[in-house]
Write a protein that binds this ligand. Structure first.
Ligand code: NDP
Length: 286
């Protein structure tokens, strides 16, 4: 039986150890895995997320670089910068920090990073693997879905035949996660803001994943019985405090839940670093 709180920490410690070793092996060949984050503007939340990525990157011995462009940047200059990074052999992983500014929203952002360096796993060439049925978590697939599945695996929570309700259908979380879960033989309901009778649906789930972005949205009445598992993806600010989407009362009613902070967030970051090391290994295969 798994613990009530599905904390990321013990798994993150294990994964970091493994990633440090892989990084060391590359360094012994004269290759320093290098991540570059492209940030447009100075959104404070984005800067916090970037700092987290930088910290873990440096902890495992990889190199980190931030390219910050003004919010007023012209689309062509932004594209030129990405072209240059895509062709820079000293950079192995590139992230375009989301959200981008309004003036860049018409660009095909997910496909601007070359698939080999797409450590976010958003490029169509990488997401295709998920949409065609892969269950291989070693591929460059989106980090939050990958982190969630790794965490469930770690705690021995099986998905085969389970009913999983994913709330939120974004390109970075809900959509790829629901496909990955389906590949793992879960029966998936993908809910969103237009879903009717959401509570009735979540009450029948074995696992509820909330990726909405609304503090304390999941209250005990969303749960139907005491054997349900709650995966809280939300990152919200409630009166200056970091909160997830799940209320304390709902956590208490559940069989197990991921905490915020300390659950899906660290799993997302470590999955990103894992993608960086994988991308580097793939690029220098000889
Ligand atoms: P988006 O804003 O892109 O998507 C939110 C989704 O929630 C949409 O699909 C929306 O539906 C749905 N939604 C909104 N209100 C309701 C409602 N009342 N009932 C049902 N569904 C609703 O968000 P993201 O996917 O980018 O992120 C979601 C949350 O997860 C945020 O808090 C974000 O900060 C966090 N996050 C956390 C990560 C982590 O590592 N822990 C990583 C990425 C995100 P519709 O499509 O109809 O508008």
């Amino acid at each position: 039986m798994y613990p009530k709180i599905l904390a990321a920490h013990p798994l993150v410690v294990e994964l970091k150890k493994d990633l440090r070793l892989r990084c060391e092996k590359l360094k012994n060949r004269g290759i320093i895995p290098s991540m570059c984050v492209v940030l447009v503007g100075d959104n404070p939340a984005s800067l916090t997320y970037i700092k987290n990525k930088q910290k873990v990157c440096e902890e495992i011995g990889a190199h980190f670089k931030l390219v910050q462009m003004p919010a007023s940047v012209k689309a062509q200059d932004f594209l030129n910068q990405l072209h240059q990074l895509n062709h820079d052999h000293s950079v192995h992983g590139i992230i375009i920090q989301l959200p981008v500014t309004e003036s860049l929203k018409n660009l095909n952002i997910p496909n601007l990073v070359t698939p080999e360096k797409d450590i976010d796993g958003f490029n169509g060439a990488n997401t295709q693997a998920i949409y065609t049925g892969t269950t291989n978590l070693q591929l460059l697939i989106p980090c939050t879905p990958k982190g969630i599945i790794n965490l469930l695996n770690y705690y021995g929570i099986t998905l085969d035949g389970k009913h999983v309700v994913v709330i939120g259908r974004s390109l970075i979380v809900g959509k790829p996660l629901s496909m990955l879960l389906s590949n793992l033989n879960a029966t998936v309901t993908l809910a969103h803001s237009k879903t009717k009778n959401l509570k009735q649906i979540t009450q029948t789930a074995d696992v509820i994943v909330s990726a909405i972005g609304k503090s304390e949205f999941i209250t005990p009445d969303y749960l139907g019985h005491s054997q349900q598992i709650l995966i809280d993806v939300g990152i919200n600010n409630l009166d200056g405090k970091l909160t997830g989407d799940v209320s304390k009362e709902a956590q208490e009613k559940a069989l197990a839940y991921t905490p915020v902070p300390g659950g899906v967030g660290p799993m997302t970051v470590i999955s990103l670093i894992e993608n960086l090391i994988t991308a580097t290994e793939n690029q220098v295969k000889g």
